[in-house]
Design a protein around this ligand. Sequence first.
Ligand SMILES: Nc1nc2c(ncn2[C@@H]2O[C@H](COP(=O)(O)OP(=O)(O)OP(=O)(O)O)[C@@H](O)[C@H]2O)c(=O)[nH]1
Ligand SMILES: [Zn+2]
Length: 337
Amino acid sequence: MSKRKLSRQQSWRVSKIQQERAERAAKRGAAAEQALSAGELGPEREGLVIAHYGTQVDIESEPGHSMRCHLRANLEPLVTGDQVIWCEGQPTGVVVAQLPRHSELCRPDPYGKLKPVAANIDRIFVVIAALPEPHANLIDRYLIAAEAVSIQAVLVLNKTDLLADNPQLKQKLDQLLAIYPALGYPLLEVSSLSGGLEDLHAALRDRTSVFVGQSGVGKSSLVNKLLPGIDLRVGGLSESSHKGTHTTTTAQLFHLPSGGSLIDSPGIREFGLWHMNRDQVTQGFREFRPHLGHCRFRDCQHQQEPGCAILAAAEEGIISAERLDSYRRIIASLENP
Ligand SMILES: Nc1nc2c(ncn2[C@@H]2O[C@H](COP(=O)(O)OP(=O)(O)OP(=O)(O)O)[C@@H](O)[C@H]2O)c(=O)[nH]1
Ligand SMILES: [Zn+2]
């Protein structure tokens, strides 16, 4: 009986939440619909979401000129990087349609469902540094996460200035990182302190990118170098207030003076460190894919089963011992594999 009572209570709560959600959506859309029906808006044009403030977005059609916009009531939530159709208005414009996304950077919500946090990203730059010393395991976690959203990852080794008088560390890092370009992940060596960012400039040009990586590897230092004049620590990326509305920006798009765009937010920087399941991890080792499905046992865990195609490939040297070791460690660290 108590079970029935509970479920009735639960369903009442669910419908109440749904009703509140619908009311909020209606309220949000009302301003947009009013402006549309009043015919006070400019012509429809294409634009880009460069910032996102919960119920409103900043849209830009020419770099450097943006306008705060409401969304039409029937629109799916937008994220930074979305291409849209919008109309200028006073004081705010209206987004009338969302154009298809070619990629989505997603993170799981509290229920494990992947939710987009940025759109149309071309490249994920995984920043590592000479110090704190990188580990294969962590690098591979980032790469798996990039594979899960089908976005090309690029490794950026920062703080190479520290290697000049530490040949031992340099040798260790060279050994650790040698495999990645062979797997199709370009490796850029940079120093945000002593310059030498030309390769990075070139890799960012004509694309939309994000920087991800562990704390302390120098992401802010790099971004501050790439975007002179914007101090990320004081730039209010995570929070800014605009005319009385509650405004927490989830992600902001910056145009780089040397070409290309960067989408950045504290949430995006944490990309890759959240939960993944066994399947995502296995698929995320891109050199495993041609061998998957060829093991003797359909539920092979690629640990020590006879007839395992992954182990056979490792023995033949097609899969590196380091990557196999990293795979096992990541699988072992999963809470619910
Ligand atoms: N030697 C050297 N130090 C650097 C370089 N880039 C950054 N640092 C230092 O590394 C430390 C961390 O740099 P941040 O830019 O704050 O690192 P971050 O990745 O943004 O860290 P979080 O904000 O915690 O995510 C700072 O003390 C920087 O001065 C570099 O190229 N060489
Ligand atoms: Zn197997």
